[in-house]
Structure formats: C-alpha cells, structure tokens
Design a binder for this molecule. Structure first.
Ligand SMILES: Cc1cc2nc3c(=O)[nH]c(=O)nc-3n(C[C@H](O)[C@H](O)[C@H](O)COP(=O)(O)O)c2cc1C
Length: 174
C-alpha cells in the first residue's frame, strides 16, 4: 500500500465496468469511509441511496443515458439535505461542499479497494427526484457508479492532466 499521493493518482473516472458483484463488505467499507467525512458545523447534510436492482438502474439511466453507466453493479445516488446544511451569516449554503467531501472519501476508498467509480453530475436532476420520489429539500447531487473496472486501462485522456502547482498556488497575495 503506497502513500496518499499514490492513492489519489490511482483513482480515475472509470467508464467501463465489469458485471462482477461488489462484495457487501467492500460496499459497506467505502460507505463507512464516507460516513466519517467532515462537514460544516458537523451537520452531515447527506443521504445516499444504494441501487443494485437492475430495474432501478434502468430507470435511473433515463436520467443519464450512457451504456457504461448501468454496466456498474452498484449506483450510489448521493443527495444533499438543504434543510440541515450549514448556512453562513451571509446565507451561503454549505450542503454542496459537504456532499463533495463525502463523495471524495468514497471515491478514494473505492480506489483503495480496487473498485472503480465516476462522479456524475450531468444528469436530469428533476427526473431523478421523480424516479426516486425524493422529498423537496433533498437534492440529488451526484451519481457514483461503483464496480470493478472492465479493464485496467485508463482511456480517459483527462486523467492526471492537471494544472501545475505554479498555476494554482499563490503565496501571501493572489
Ligand atoms: C463535480 C464533478 C462532476 C462530474 N460529472 C461527470 C459526468 O456527468 N459525466 C462524466 O462522465 N464524468 C463526470 N465527471 C468526471 C470528470 O470528467 C473527471 O473527474 C475529470 O475529467 C478528471 O478525470 P479523472 O477523474 O479520470 O482524473 C465529473 C467530475 C466531477 C468532480
């Protein structure tokens, strides 16, 4: 097991899944890694819907129509609870930030376990809320397919194409 940087670099957006079952204990492990994530004021404004059922995955595919999406044996729908998200004095709602952290924990824990994931936000959120009968204050923020990668090749040219530290780090002033 390498260091954190190696794990962070190993994670990539998997868009090609095998249908091998994701073991319950591995799924529970990555969810547990998410559960311990920090959140503003420790409000934990998140809910996760675990979808294994083929029919439900097909229904969800109506909101994000990609073949590889329903190949994954598990889809997590990660939701934000805007009623319980912390609001700063100027009104800024921190729910999205908190939800991003739990998702990041899960994607990295999955990579550690040899599982692939892919952040998906480009879905029809209104239709998703209908399909899953979400209450008004619960927003589906991201989908995370979870499964074993069908091959070990990363065919996503964007992976690890990152700005250099020079471009993003500023010392003392912008
Ligand atoms: C907030 C967010 C939303 C994303 N939405 C999608 C998406 O809807 N569909 C998709 O295929 N990838 C999506 N991605 C994956 C990014 O394209 C990917 O993380 C980026 O290109 C870097 O590649 P890598 O994850 O392989 O390192 C999303 C990533 C993030 C962080």
């Amino acid at each position: 097991m390498g260091n954190f940087l190696e794990l962070a670099m190993r994670r990539y957006s998997v868009r090609n899944y095998s249908d091998v079952r994701v073991e319950e204990e591995k799924l529970n492990y990555i969810l547990e890694c998410g559960r311990v994530a920090p959140s503003a004021a420790n409000n934990q404004p998140w809910h996760i819907i675990v979808i294994r059922d083929v029919e439900m995955r097909r229904k969800l595919a109506m909101t994000y129509n990609r073949d590889w999406f329903i190949q994954a044996p598990v889809i997590l729908v990660i939701c934000g609870d805007h009623q319980s998200g912390w609001k700063r004095a100027d009104g800024k709602d921190h729910t999205d930030i908190d939800v991003s952290i739990i998702i990041d924990h899960i994607t990295l824990a999955a990579a550690e376990q040899g599982l692939g994931t892919c952040w998906i936000c480009n879905f029809d959120a209104i239709l998703c809320s209908q399909v899953l009968a979400l209450p008004q204050h619960i927003e589906p923020i991201a989908y995370l397919p979870v499964g074993y990668p069908a091959d070990s090749t990363d065919n996503n040219s964007r992976h690890l194409k990152r700005k250099s530290l020079n471009e993003i780090i500023h010392y003392e002033t912008f």
